[in-house]
Design a protein around this ligand. Structure first.
Ligand SMILES: *[C@@H]1O[C@H](CO)[C@@H](O)[C@H](O)[C@H]1NC(C)=O
Ligand SMILES: *[C@@H]1O[C@H](CO)[C@@H](O)[C@H](O)[C@H]1NC(C)=O
Length: 139
């Protein structure tokens, strides 16, 4: 009897898309993301780093984790009083107003679509399997 109820209940939950609620602890595990460093203004190879990000963790946290685990990834940020932290330099290459250069934040989603988040590294919350692209560009 209890078994039947359980089966009926799980059929019900799957049918009504409630199943994920049951496996909440599964969903809240850390998930993988990649970070791609791309200098579009120089002939330079791209760098890619993989890490696990805490469930709903911010990009800045993942970047700090990568920085502490890899000698070939270093970055600096500055705090904007209104918009929070923004990326200033990556591996010693800094954006420069006179030269109209900056580090652009792009994200390649798991399905291949590339988006430009309207928030900075301190606010962006990566999705599982995002490839976050830090692209040195001109404006
Ligand atoms: C670096 O990555 C960018 C963005 O994915 C890509 O367009 C570019 O071709 C790559 N450059 C190299 C040298 O692989
Ligand atoms: C990829 O996913 C995003 C967000 O869910 C969606 O907006 C976009 O249209 C999708 N792209 C493709 C090619 O399916």
């Amino acid at each position: 009897m209890a078994f039947k109820v359980a089966v009926l209940l799980s059929v019900f939950m799957v049918t009504y898309h409630l199943a994920p609620l049951v496996f909440t602890s599964e969903i809240q595990k850390p998930y993988p993301i990649s970070l791609l460093i791309y200098n579009s203004l120089a002939i330079q190879r791209n760098l890619t780093f993989n890490t696990e990000i805490a469930y709903r963790g911010i990009l800045l946290g993942a970047m700090r984790k990568i920085q502490s685990a890899n000698n070939d990834f270093k970055f600096t940020i500055e705090e904007d009083p209104n918009y929070g932290p923004f990326l200033v330099s990556v591996n010693g290459v800094a954006g420069n107003n006179a030269e109209h250069t900056y580090w652009e934040l792009l994200v390649k989603l798991q399905n291949g679509t590339i988006i430009r988040p309207d928030v900075g590294v301190g606010c962006y919350i990566p999705n599982p399997h995002d490839t976050v692209i830090l692209k040195f560009s001109k404006w």
